[in-house]
Ligand binder design. Structure first.
Ligand code: NAD
Length: 340
């Protein structure tokens, strides 16, 4: 039934059902690393939830999932708080929506049309892994944690130390405390090999590289993580007691100087047309890349403008993920208990 045809009563009931369903799906995906449905199906359910909520704001729950990031972590790993929250990203799906994203920024910053020329973006492939927060104090890695519900994650410090391309110390000129954020992922080939190995040992197969990476990182025994071929790309700053770059591009360069791996395909684009060109070029390269991506993230390059724009709800105003069209997929929903 189309959303505009829903009666109040139906809308209220469906919102409550969808909230329960999405919570179950989140638990399976984030806490058990075992998704029950394809991402495209999950995204459609979430979009429907958000649209109903927008049309019937009177039924919006105080702790609505539309404002939430991930889910509260459960399980045996220690919990730890991020110094500043780890958020999600808004999505766009075509150039029109990308232009709307630019217009919202223009309005918020009250920019004149000619000032728009200075609004540059850094485009980065959106890696399909799980986000990680790395805290360095006096140049030493002291803690690594998963995103969790954005405020509290799981402590995976010992596990990340087994990653090959992670610097445990920063070489020079670092703030006293800094959070570096990125994505832990597993390559397509390593995922294939890992599942072959799992099959040989009669162990459960992972649904996709993202879940294999999450399942491998969130182990209680770091030795198991060590045996898994995990890699890392870094792309963001959380808390820092000192500014380390004036633009996102310079920030990425600094991370490279410190020995981190930054995705080599990142590029500065100056407008929606250049973003679309970049989008097309990444879509062409996608199947040949050794890792999974599900879109391109566009971030305002100027750190001053990022700070002026700040955040809204669960996402920064200064960035968006331009997602790829969903690949055709067959969906199988395992048994899901819905309590209404
Ligand atoms: P998201 O994954 O769409 O976007 C935010 C995330 O992108 C960030 O947290 C970060 O980890 C990641 N990212 C990758 N590359 C990045 C880069 N270069 N710069 C910045 N961030 C980058 O949104 P979300 O809220 O984290 O999660 C929703 C995703 O999880 C959707 O794709 C959804 O389909 C999936 N999901 C699926 C199920 C399921 O049952 N199949 C359940 C829950 C969530």
């Amino acid at each position: 039934i189309s959303i505009s045809e829903l009666s109040s009563e139906q809308a209220q009931k469906e919102l409550s059902q969808l909230a329960n369903l999405l919570k179950s799906l989140d638990h399976a995906y984030y806490n058990q690393d075992e998704p029950l449905v394809e991402d495209a199906t999950y995204d459609k359910l979430r979009q429907r939830y958000n649209k109903i909520e927008l049309l019937f704001p009177q039924f919006r729950q105080k702790d609505s999932i539309s404002q939430k990031v991930g889910i509260k972590p459960t399980g045996g790993l220690q919990k730890c708080k991020h110094l500043i929250p780890m958020l999600s990203l808004d999505n766009v799906f075509d150039i029109r929506e990308f232009e709307d994203f630019i217009k919202r920024i223009q309005r918020y910053l009250d920019l004149k049309p000619d000032e728009l020329d200075n609004l540059h973006f850094v485009a980065e492939p959106k890696i399909d892994g799980l986000s990680i927060n790395l805290t360095y104090k006096h140049g030493k890695l002291i803690q690594a944690s998963t995103r969790g519900d954005g405020t509290t994650g799981e402590d995976v410090t010992e596990n990340v130390k087994t990653l090959r391309n992670l610097p445990l110390t920063l070489p020079e000129n670092y703030p006293d405390t800094i959070e570096i954020r990125g994505e832990v992922y597993i390559s397509k080939q390593d995922f294939f090999n890992l599942n072959k190995e799992q099959e040989k040992n009669n162990k459960r197969l992972f649904a996709n590289p993202r879940n294999a990476a999450a399942g491998s990182l969130r182990q209680l025994d770091p030795e198991i993580t060590r045996s898994r071929p995990l890699s890392l790309f870094v792309y963001a700053q959380g808390y820092s007691d000192k500014s380390i770059a004036d633009t996102h591009e310079h920030f990425l360069e600094r991370l490279q100087q410190w020995g981190f791996t930054v995705n080599p395909l990142f590029k500065v684009v100056k407008n929606a047309r250049e973003a679309e060109e970049f989008q097309q070029s990444i879509i062409h390269q996608r199947s040949g890349l050794p890792y999974d991506i599900d879109g391109v993230v566009y971030k305002i390059n100027s750190v001053t403008l990022q700070n002026r724009l700040g955040f809204i709800g669960r996402s920064p105003r200064w960035a968006t993920a331009w997602k790829f069209p969903a690949e055709q997929a067959i969906t199988r929903i395992k048994k899901i208990e819905i309590q209404v």
